[in-house]
Design a protein around this ligand. Sequence first.
Ligand SMILES: Nc1ncnc2c1ncn2[C@@H]1O[C@H](COP(=O)(O)OP(=O)(O)OP(=O)(O)O)[C@@H](O)[C@H]1O
Length: 218
Amino acid sequence: MLSIRQVSAGYPGVPVLTELSLEVPAGRLTGLIGANGAGKSTLFDVVCGRLRARRGRILLDGRDVTRTPTHRRARLGLGRTYQRLEVFGSLSVAENLLVAARATGAEDPARAVAETLRRLGLADFAAYPAGKLPTGVARLVEIARALAGGAGVLLLDEPSSGMAAAELAEFAESLRALAADGLALLMIEHDLELVDAVCDDVYELRDGQVLPRAGRPD
Ligand SMILES: Nc1ncnc2c1ncn2[C@@H]1O[C@H](COP(=O)(O)OP(=O)(O)OP(=O)(O)O)[C@@H](O)[C@H]1O
């Protein structure tokens, strides 16, 4: 699981996050909403190590990674997807996963790929060029890539962006299955309907801190 404890971070002259704390437990899907510029991407950057926390601590499975470089956090099980689709378009789906499995030093990369393809129902797409997939499937490939690289904690930055409405239900089901499988998922999302339908807990980032989302429908 991921634990963010009293983290302050930002840019010169822009404080952004002030003593922000958030627990992202295993087996749950946690949603993060907030206005444009509230600091959601900044939070992801701090968790990944792209941006340094000025104060506070980040724990990954109980281990303090606050000063750990980004690539080592990935090896310790932290995966991330971006708002813009970032599959390697000219590679096949399986090759996309293989690159990730090798990069994070998986013991048996080919097996990690085969297992992950099966786990996400992507086996039929294994040889398919990733650049030609519908957005919903390509988003799953991004997630699969993180999992093939051994991720147990997943940060998803607006995973529904660019997805057709018809793809959303199936995608939401895949996310639920990952949480049921024991993954810790933190998802930035602007689609509130999706957030409410799919997340176990929803928080709002505002004024540098997170609070449980007010007025969430049951
Ligand atoms: N590299 C940077 N240098 C200076 N300020 C930045 C930088 N990146 C972001 N900011 C500022 O930090 C604040 C938080 O930005 P951030 O991108 O984290 O918000 P966000 O909640 O992810 O927004 P969005 O929903 O639009 O993606 C904003 O005021 C933004 O202008």
